[in-house]
Design a protein around this ligand. Structure first.
Ligand SMILES: C[S@@+](CC[C@H](N)C(=O)[O-])C[C@H]1O[C@@H](n2cnc3c(N)ncnc32)[C@H](O)[C@@H]1O
Length: 278
């Protein structure tokens, strides 16, 4: 498959990523990168990752389990015949990125990445500038601005929104507060997709830790960069209202179609995962 780099352009007037990295402020993408053992993070990010792991001992395992869920879910979506992926909250590229997995199953798969963090965009564009990538775009947009996101050329020119799309909201919705209407955001995105599309979602929950741990975990994040909003399993289930949840339903990450039997202790990991069909 020929490389398609035509989508990898920064928006007009967009500041250069290096002007906006703010290494002194911990950012969700870099904190997550630190949790899963990546190297693309700064001291401030590592500090939050350490604080988080100190209050929630399963934080590192939970982040890794979430990443592994993403890989299995992309494979499952591709196996269901879905050939288009809208991955919002891409994260800093690491092993097993959505386009690599989807295009290994089906080289013609099209993957639109969206993130609002300049460091993610810088890394994603660098990764994609090499050969061997199929139809893949990287767009800077904000999940909260659904109309602009769906109208961005990297999204609407790459994806045919009249054909099924796997909407990936993996470990992103817990960065959206109730005041920012996370349920409305998901509804508006789903309304733009045809039936046969999939919602792939994971979300941090305080259900599986003590209330004190959940509160400390929320306080570990710098609200100036992006606060974290853990939700109950019931609250997370509401994102799937009106959709058909596929097996095994809404479960913690290591229990979602595991490749190997989940380890003892995994049940404490505070991230719920699910896939549903529209
Ligand atoms: C924890 S990472 C998850 C990365 C990847 N989805 C995964 O699960 O491996 C969350 C990502 O969401 C992005 N993010 C947070 N809030 C966002 C928003 N309002 N709009 C777009 N991206 C956002 C962050 O920049 C970060 O890259």
């Amino acid at each position: 498959m020929a490389e398609d780099t035509s989508w990898m352009t920064a928006g007009a007037g967009e500041p250069a990523p290096s002007d906006e990295l703010h290494p002194e402020t911990a950012h969700p993408a870099r904190i997550y990168n630190a949790l899963i053992g990546g190297k693309d993070n700064f001291a401030a990010d590592r500090l939050v990752a350490e604080r988080l792991s100190a209050v929630v001992p399963g934080a590192v395992a939970g982040a890794k389990a979430n990443r592994a869920f993403l890989g299995r879910a992309v494979r499952a979506a591709a196996a269901l015949g879905v050939r288009q992926f809208l991955d919002i909250g891409t994260g800093i590229p690491t092993a097993g990125n959505t386009h690599q997995i989807a295009q290994s199953v089906e080289p013609s798969a099209r993957v639109a990445y969206v993130d609002n963090d300049p460091i993610v965009l810088a890394h994603a564009r660098a990764l994609m500038s090499g050969p061997g990538h199929g139809a893949t775009s990287v767009t800077r947009a904000d999940l909260r601005e659904t109309e602009a996101l769906l109208a961005a050329p990297g999204v609407c020119d790459l994806l045919d929104l009249t054909r099924p799309v796997a909407l990936m909201l993996v470990a992103i919705l817990h960065f959206i507060s109730d005041d920012e209407d996370p349920y409305g955001i998901v509804k508006r995105l789903l309304a733009a997709l045809p039936s046969g599309s999939l919602l792939v979602l994971s979300h941090g929950s305080g259900d599986l830790v003590t209330p004190e741990q959940a509160e400390l975990a929320e306080r570990s994040y710098d609200p100036a960069a992006s606060g974290i909003h853990l939700r109950t399993r019931d609250d997370i289930a509401r994102f799937f209202d009106g959709l058909t949840l596929l097996d095994p339903g809404l479960v913690i990450a290591p229990h979602w179609r595991p490749d190997t039997p989940p380890a003892a202790g995994d049940e404490r990991l505070g991230i719920y995962t699910g896939m549903a069909r529209l």
